[in-house]
Design a protein around this ligand. Structure first.
Ligand code: ADP
Length: 889
């Protein structure tokens, strides 16, 4: 760095467009224009001694808003020789030199910086032969332009130096303001240097500058290294006054510091985020390396390769294979962290897992074996089993026959599911149960489109994936429990599933490619027929399982349920015995149901209780960790002989049976009434219920039909003082409400005939409100078959006569008193039988339905047929209808 420079009075001028060279700054430029090449050649290259040139900032005319000062008209671009035009410059610092020509307006700054070349290199371009220079320039000191002229193609200027003399410098150095300013500047500069050094992890070298270079030069050097606007550069150049220069430089250094800090903060933040994903990446790399080392190949890439292999062996049809490959290519292009990667993968996994061709091997169907299997698993159900055998026979003769779908209809626990299981076993196929209860959304059957978040395939496709063969027996359980709402109609999707014409290309929305369901054997179950939409019902062949009589239940329990329950609990008949009498007891007192599910549960509860006792007794025998000491005659003999104690070793893996036989309990546990009460609690039903409930007039016993089979339903009626209104309670539907209205009207109309109006001299009907209640108020009820029961309750109320406790009834009644037939007769009679009812009043036209009722039930029961309401009343009351009694009086 030059200490002091002797400036000549005239300098060749190199204009710097919109840029300033400050003293102390070093810059590398390439000169290509003829004027600058000439300037460098003449003022620097050809000089013996080291030459100087002046760098003068110029501003584009477009950039100037207010051009102050004289304007020099000059043809800058021309090569006219020694043409000299002059311009006189005003004394003011802010004045600018403006050189104007036709092509461009150039506004010259009045102050510049003298510069010397630190390095010069000359080049000749081929093939044009044009000469260019590359010059490294160092800014030395400021000057002001007195007069600007041209020499040949370049400018020269008459100049005067602007830097202070030594004496002036010394004087300023004493100025306290200057001293403060220079201290401030140095502090800022030191901080900046340390920040930069910290960033670049270098030390010490820049700090030397602070000690060796005078502060006013330092100010220029620092500012020259910042990226600041042209205006700011100009104002720094114009700061001839040292104090002004220092304060400006301090301000700029401070600003630079701040911007560094802000930038640092931002990078730290970004780095924080970056480093998280980088860390993840690194960890993954490491994990991969570890897995490779361990020979464990399930990392992502291998996973995709494995997936591809799985897809290849899935046996997809060619069009689906193409689709899958497209999706796989997409997956391969994605990063595992990318959104959509997972969903795409899960989708492909599904495609690979689905049994496109994989099927259970179908063996020759042996009808005899199938029949034996059905018989050994199910008691009774002769007709049902016969129908199943027929169904299987047709399949045997014509395996691809598009026979109807079997639909087992009946109350819970009657063996619908286990029959379907037997079909699967007979066909030698896998079994899958799809529960449709409560399905209201079509998407449950058909799946959601993959555009939805959390989308998944429908239950059918999901079931097929789980069962992993394309020809399973698929049980569509509780098909009557699907309902339609705004989310679509699941039944219509099921229609497609069950239609042999359509189901070879079932379209699941998630899967989005057709799947062939035609090899699946569908079997459906339902509790009731009514809710099944007719088109769906049309596709199925209904087989009804009405429920069991107590005798049947007893047989089922003794032959099937008890052995199964014992086996499930690791017991045998040597450990637990449930006598027939006790099973009967359970059937009558604890479970009044059409099926045998609760019966099975109760038996299981007994088995659990017995298992606890057996286990307790086992514990009484000392057991070491892995050997059991056993008392055996052999052992005792040896002990008696004084020999060594021997042990028989039984491995711990022996199953319950072996353990229990190893510790045989002297006598089996026999279930008695006390145990029943202890395990199952007090009896829930007894035969006296009906008698107790009809002990007061105004109660009648009806038979109704529900999803759980037939049931006994009491109807209670009472009258209070009022306006003759009818109140109904017990969650009744519209039909049953109307029946009540009809019943009341009929009783009112017949009041005189029935001798009700004259009772006790006052009218029982006039001025009285009637309230009818159906107990079990929480259960919704509807249907017309309560008609006769309602009338009987009203007649009983107004005649103050009790209905017979051993009688129950069902039947719809017209306004004129005709008794119309009703449905579910078999279930209703079975329910009456279960409840110990001995007499059942039925509409005459239901006579034909009695053939379905097991004969053993009918043998114990009196069936009374009614054509008109009067017939019902005749049978419902002890000694006939009340009016007859009145008439007798
Ligand atoms: P559902 O599907 O009709 O509700 P399940 O098929 O689940 O009833 O039957 C309930 C239980 O009762 C099963 O353990 C089943 O084996 C048994 N079960 C029902 N009916 C019979 C029968 N006739 N013979 C033997 N076991 C039966």
């Amino acid at each position: 760095m030059a200490e002091s420079v002797e400036l000549p009075s005239r300098l060749g001028i190199l204009p710097f467009r919109n840029k300033v060279l400050l003293p102390g700054a070093i810059i590398r430029i390439r000169c290509t224009s003829p004027s600058s090449v000439k300037l460098v050649e003449q003022e620097l290259w050809q000089r013996e001694e080291k030459g100087l040139i002046g760098i003068l900032p110029v501003r584009d005319a477009a950039e100037t808003t207010t051009a102050i000062g004289p304007v020099l008209s000059q043809d800058v671009g021309s090569d006219s020789s020694e043409r000299s035009s002059r311009v006189h410059v005003g004394a003011s610092d802010s004045h600018r030199l403006d050189v104007k020509n036709q092509q461009e307006n150039m506004h010259w700054h009045t102050r510049g910086v003298a510069a010397r070349a630190l390095h010069l290199s000359r080049g000749v371009e081929k093939p044009s032969g044009r000469v260019t220079y590359i010059v490294v320039l160092e800014g030395l000191c400021r000057f002001s332009v007195q007069e600007l002229s041209t020499r040949g193609t370049y400018y020269t200027a008459r100049i005067s130096p602007l830097e202070m003399t030594k004496a002036e410098m010394e004087q300023v150095g004493q100025d306290p303001d200057f001293m403060t300013l220079s201290r401030q500047f140095k502090a800022a500069a030191t901080e900046l240097i340390s920040v930069l050094e910290q960033k670049q992890k270098t030390e010490g070298r820049t700090k030397v500058l602070l000690e060796t270079v005078p502060v006013h030069k330092l100010a220029d050097i620092f500012v020259a290294s910042f990226e600041i606007s042209f205006e700011e550069q100009l104002s720094m150049l114009d700061s001839v006054d040292l104090k002004v220069r220092l304060s400006k430089a301090t301000e700029l250094v401070d600003r630079h510091l701040q911007s560094i800090r802000v930038a640092e903060k931002i990078t730290q933040k970004v780095e924080g985020q970056l480093s998280k994903s980088q860390k993840e990446f690194l960890l993954r790399q490491q994990m991969r390396a570890i897995k490779e080392e361990l020979g464990d190949n399930d990392d992502d890439e291998d996973d995709v390769a494995a997936l591809e292999r799985k897809m290849q062996s899935a046996g997809m049809p060619s069009n689906i294979w193409k689709h899958a490959q497209r999706e796989l290519r997409r997956l391969k292009k994605m990063q595992p962290q990318q959104p959509g990667y997972n969903s795409s993968r899960v989708y492909l996994e599904l495609l690979a897992d689905l049994p496109w061709q994989k099927a259970s091997e179908e063996h020759e169907l042996d009808l005899k074996a199938a029949k034996e299997h059905l018989d050994s698993d199910h008691y009774g159900l002769v007709k049902v089993k016969q129908r199943i055998i027929e169904y299987l026979a047709v399949r045997k003769l014509k395996p691809d026959a598009r026979g109807p779908v079997l639909c087992f209809v009946g109350p819970p626990g009657v063996g619908k599911t286990s029959l379907a299981l037997s079909i699967a076993a007979a066909l030698g196929r896998k079994f899958i149960r799809i529960s449709l209860g409560g399905v209201k959304d079509e998407a449950d059957i058909r799946g959601h489109r993959r555009t939805y978040i959390g989308s998944m395939p429908g239950r059918l496709i999901d079931g097929l994936k789980r069962v992993a063969v394309c020809n399973p027996v698929m049980l569509l359980d509780e098909i009557d429990k699907t309902g339609s709402d705004v989310r679509g109609d699941p039944a219509s999707a099921l229609l497609e599933v069950l239609d042999p014409e359509q189901n070879n290309a079932f379209n699941d929305h998630y899967l989005n490619v057709p799947f062939d369901l035609s090899k699946v054997v569908f079997v459906a179950t339902a509790n009731r027929l009514q809710p099944i939409p007719p088109p769906l019902l049309d596709r199925m062949e209904v087989i009804e399982l009405p429920g069991y009589t107590p005798e049947e239940k007893l047989k089922i329990a003794m032959r099937h349920l008890i052995p199964r329950v014992l086996e499930q609990h690791g017991l045998s008949s040597e450990l637990l015995q449930i006598p027939e009498a006790m099973v009967k007891h359970v059937i009558q007192r604890y479970t009044r149901e059409a099926g045998v599910r609760n019966l099975e549960r109760s038996l299981a509860a007994l088995a659990r209780a017995a298992a606890v006792r057996v286990a307790e007794q086992e514990q009484a025998v000392p057991l070491s960790k892995d050997v059991h000491r056993l008392a055996s005659p052999l052992l005792e003999n040896r002990l008696a002989d004084g020999g060594e104690v021997e042990m028989e070793v039984i491995p711990m893996a022996v199953n319950n049976h072996e353990i229990s036989s190893a510790f045989r309990i002297a006598s089996p546990l026999v279930v008695d009434e006390a145990m029943l009460e202890k395990v199952l609690g007090p009896p829930r039903f007894d035969d006296r219920e009906a008698a107790e409930r009809v002990a007061t007039p105004g109660v009648s016993v009806g038979l109704v039909w529900t999803a759980f089979g037939g049931e006994v339903q009491f109807v209670e009626a009472t009258a209070t003082v009022g306006k003759g209104e009818l109140h109904l309670t017990g969650q009744l539907g519209d039909v049953i409400k109307e029946s009540a209205q009809i019943a009341l009207t009929w009783v009112r109309a017949r009041a005189t005939d029935l001798k009700l109006a004259a009772s006790e001299g006052i009218s029982l009907l006039e001025g009285r409100d009637v309230h009818i209640h159906f107990p079990a108020g929480a259960v919704p009820k509807d249907g017309p078959s309560a008609g006769v029961t309602l009338v009987t309750a009203l007649v009983s109320l107004f005649s103050q006569k009790r209905m017979r406790a051993d009688t129950a009834m069902t039947g719809e009644m017209t306004l004129r008193g005709l008794v119309l037939p009703v449905g579910g007769v078999k279930d209703k009679i079975l329910a009456a039988h279960r409840c110990g009812v001995k007499r059942v009043i039925l509409p005459e036209r239901n006579l034909k339905d009695l053939v379905e009722v097991p004969t053993e039930v009918l043998a114990n029961m009196e069936i009374l047929l009614a054509k008109q309401m009067e017939d019902v009343l005749e049978q419902a009351f002890e000694g006939g209808c009340p009016w007859r009694q009145h008439s007798k009086l």
